[in-house]
Design a binder for this molecule. Structure first.
Ligand SMILES: O=P(O)(O)OC[C@H]1O[C@H](O[C@H]2O[C@H](CO)[C@@H](O)[C@H](O)[C@H]2O)[C@H](O)[C@@H](O)[C@@H]1O
Ligand SMILES: O=c1ccn([C@@H]2O[C@H](COP(=O)(O)OP(=O)(O)O)[C@@H](O)[C@H]2O)c(=O)[nH]1
Length: 735
């Protein structure tokens, strides 16, 4: 795997005394990706933090680093300019006004191309390249053009704004096109992913269904699909929670925490803010609220100190310079007005500290203030929680930080509401021990369960489907299924072969597992619950092997045949289609005759060429021969490849269309689709709203959940049946 980001985990720093070396670089992107890359076998491509210097690739702390150079003018125009004075304020809801300069855009394109070229050089055949963040939004498209073999992911660490704001960007189409070069585009919050999909619809009109965007393919020789599916969904980033807790448990770090409190004069309450000195972080709002609490006498300087770490960031950008001046003026005023000789009001630290010191600060702080006006995630909030193994401390958290979607037991605030913020600070300071402990336990559970390893695994699994799939159902899948079970009218749509029935050599021997059959019978018996089998098999063959109970809806031949409640739908193939079917039959039978072991299956509107059981070279040769002969002799044939099978159809309908028909027929308010094959991807793409898609087994998939095999499918169906039975009895699933 190759990761490409603007920042490398280390910056090259030259000191005024002439000494120079590598130092940890700032920001949450690096905090999150470092443990992922240490565990992975791959390379990290990025900028070394200094202009006009070229470095050879090197190894740092177990990570292969490939530096990309930037000139001084590129630093100004691409990094400080377009990235941090155009995109950054625009994507953070124009808290500061974005600046638009055409030269900055030109530099952005140029530098993105350089990163794309570096990635193309470093990536082996078919490799996974994971591009990070707003500085490199054009890289996915550039890479796809030069290296169509690559699997490309993109993760946006900052918010993606609503279209009304995004549409200001003079290069709004180019940026969207750049991102759509990726196979999977990850966002911090569901709302960000929604904003992105809406921008795609408004600017390009591409169809979007749930998390999936259908993007027209640039035609390439040999490419038969004219659409590419891009997944755009939330993958909330996290931290190495265990690593942070380990540091927090170290005696030397705990001693340092005590020392910090002593150095502050041992106030009753230590409050802490830790941010890059950035206008998105709401540092001014926090200080205003704190200052007014001191002014109004609601807190006394002897009792409470605010420690504010404001680590240097983007110091040559004018808005950041101004912010620093304002903050430092405020700190000076507050200390001047309220500090005593023994007690500061605010301990202001304009430095970047190493991790151990951060952890000591977290342990020293009774109240952690995260008051961002907009923030992609805010890892500081998660770090504070991870470090508090004593189950103490209160997190005050802005609802405008991505972390607030998960950390619901924090004291949530709107930082624009200064009165509300003041009340929240007082609530945190006075919160009884039991309440603090109850909230912190819940927060810790959440952060531990959703750590950064899980974040990267879930993203990469969606991207490649190549991860190890754990046995059974994950907690997340269990919860999602239980939630779905409460929907008013439920549709349970299931592929047959490889999903409820293990794959077998001869299709007529396939049978659903006993457990799946029993669970389906329980579901069918429930009110407002429909079960559908959606198969590539011809309807007759499906009915024969599945022997479905009364009331099960059936879709055969990839949606060409449907059996709803009012009997089978006749196909009514037109004369031209019948003629084409006869020609197709002749061509495929020729192929079968030329490739011993290959078999043909006749379907109402097409044919399947089965190659299961053949050696892989023989199977490939047979499939290639069939593709070539059909393409040469017939027009308008839909071709689908499945597991050891190549399907040809004179009608172009797919499992997605039949799933949608069944969903409508059932009047479903919620649905689940389970499938194992490439052809099931059409159905996953047709899922709506809160519907669940579950891919069975490995392989690239747009489904957000995965299980290993038909045994796990049976377990899922049993779990769903039980949850639905409870819901039907009116028993709350919490009881
Ligand atoms: O590289 P810099 O210009 O010095 O800025 C530091 C990083 O800031 C941003 O971090 C974001 O990523 C965090 C992790 O996902 C997230 O918690 C936070 O809300 C974001 O603001 C920026 O996105 C990174 O590219 C920078 O490296
Ligand atoms: O002096 C400092 C200040 C911050 N950080 C780290 O910088 C990251 C900040 O990430 P966050 O997501 O909160 O915000 P970002 O700076 O990426 O916008 C966290 O891991 C902090 O522990 C640090 O190591 N030293």
């Amino acid at each position: 795997m190759i990761v490409v980001s603007n920042r490398l985990p280390v910056d090259y720093v030259e000191q005024p005394d002439g000494s120079a070396g590598w130092r940890s670089s700032p920001g949450g992107l690096v905090t999150a990706l470092e443990p992922v890359m240490r565990a992975a076998d791959g390379a990290w491509i990025g900028w070394a933090g200094v202009a006009d210097r070229e470095f050879d690739p090197f190894e740092n702390d177990g990570i292969s680093i490939i530096p990309v150079p930037l000139s001084e003018s590129e630093l100004e125009e691409y990094y400080e300019g377009f990235s941090n004075d155009t995109l950054w304020p625009l994507y953070h809801d124009v808290i500061a006004p974005p600046t638009y300069h055409r030269e900055w855009w030109d530099a952005y394109v140029r530098v993105n191309r350089r990163f794309a070229e570096a990635a193309a050089r470093a990536a082996s055949d078919g490799a996974v390249v994971w591009v990070q963040d707003y500085q490199l939004q054009l890289v996915p498209k550039m890479l796809r053009e030069s290296r169509p073999d690559l699997v490309i992911g993109f993760f946006n660490h900052i918010p993606f704004p609503a279209y009304g704001i995004y549409s200001q960007l003079p290069w709004r189409r180019q940026v969207i096109d750049g991102l759509l070069g990726a196979d999977v585009i990850g966002f911090q919050r569901t709302a960000d992913a929604g904003n992105f999909s809406r921008a795609v619809r408004r600017l390009h009109g591409y169809p979007t269904r749930g998390n999936v965007i259908e993007v027209p393919n640039e035609p390439r020789p040999g490419d038969e699909a004219d659409m590419r599916r891009v997944v755009a969904r939330a993958f909330p980033i996290s931290i190495d929670a265990e690593g942070f807790e380990e540091i927090a448990r170290r005696p030397d770090v705990q001693a340092r925490a005590r020392e910090i409190r002593e150095s502050l004069g041992n106030p009753e309450t230590v409050m802490l803010g830790v941010d890059r000195l950035d206008y998105t972080k709401g540092i001014r709002h926090r200080m205003k609220a704190f200052g007014e609490l001191l002014r109004d006498g609601r807190i006394a300087v002897q009792d409470a100190t605010l420690v504010q770490v404001a680590s240097p960031s983007r110091e040559r950008v004018e808005t950041y310079r101004q912010l620093r001046d304002e903050i430092e003026l405020t700190v000076g005023r507050l200390n001047g007005d309220y500090a005593t000789l023994g007690h500061q009001a605010i301990a202001y630290l304009h430095h970047g500290y190493p991790r151990e010191e951060m952890v000591a600060l977290y342990l020293a702080a009774d109240v952690m203030l995260v008051t961002a006006l907009r923030d992609g995630m805010n890892l500081v909030a998660k770090e504070y929680v991870a470090c508090r193994f004593d189950n103490d401390g209160v997190l005050v958290l802005s609802e405008f930080a991505g972390a607030s979607d998960e950390l619901r037991q924090a004291v949530l605030v709107n930082p624009h509401d200064i009165e509300g913020l003041k009340d929240a600070i007082i609530e945190a300071v006075r919160m009884p021990r039991r309440e603090r402990s109850r909230r912190m336990r819940a927060l810790r559970r959440r952060v531990r369960e959703n750590d950064v390893a899980k974040w990267s695994a879930s993203f990469l699994e969606t991207l490649t489907g190549s991860g190890i799939i754990k046995a059974g159902l994950t907690d997340q899948l269990r919860d999602a299924v239980a939630e779905l079970a409460t929907t008013e009218r439920l549709l349970v749509a299931l592929d047959f072969d490889g999903t409820i029935a293990p794959l077998v050599e001869h299709p007529h021997d396939a049978r659903a597992t006993e457990r799946a059959v029993a669970a389906i019978e329980r579901l069918v018996a429930l009110p407002d619950t429909r079960v559908a089998l959606v198969s590539g098999r011809a309807l007759d063959s499906l009915a024969e092997v599945a022997s479905p109970p009364e009331g099960v809806l059936l879709s055969g031949s990839h949606g060409v045949e449907l059996k709803l409640d009012s009997g089978p739908i006749t196909l009514d193939l037109r004369d031209a289609e019948l003629l084409k079917l006869a020609q197709l039959t002749r061509v495929v039978e020729e192929v079968v005759a030329a490739h011993p072991g290959a078999r043909v299956e006749h379907k109402p509107a097409g044919l399947a060429l089965h190659t299961r059981g053949l050696a892989s070279t023989a199977a490939t040769a047979a499939q290639l021969d069939a593709r070539e002969r059909v393409a040469a002799q017939l027009d308008g044939i839909t071709v689908r490849s499945g597991k050891s099978v190549l399907e040809f159809s004179v009608r172009s309908t797919d499992k997605g269309e039949s799933f949608t028909r069944m969903r409508q027929h059932a009047g479903a308010t919620g649905a689940i689709y389970l499938g194992d094959d490439v052809t099931d991807e059409d159905a996953f793409a047709a899922l709506e709203g809160e519907d669940l898609g579950v891919k069975v087994g490995q392989g690239k998939s747009i489904a957000p959940y995965r299980v290993r095999n038909p045994d796990d499918v049976a377990e899922l169906l049993e779990h769903l049946a039980s949850a639905r039975e409870r819901a039907a009895e009116g028993v709350s699933r919490w009881e």
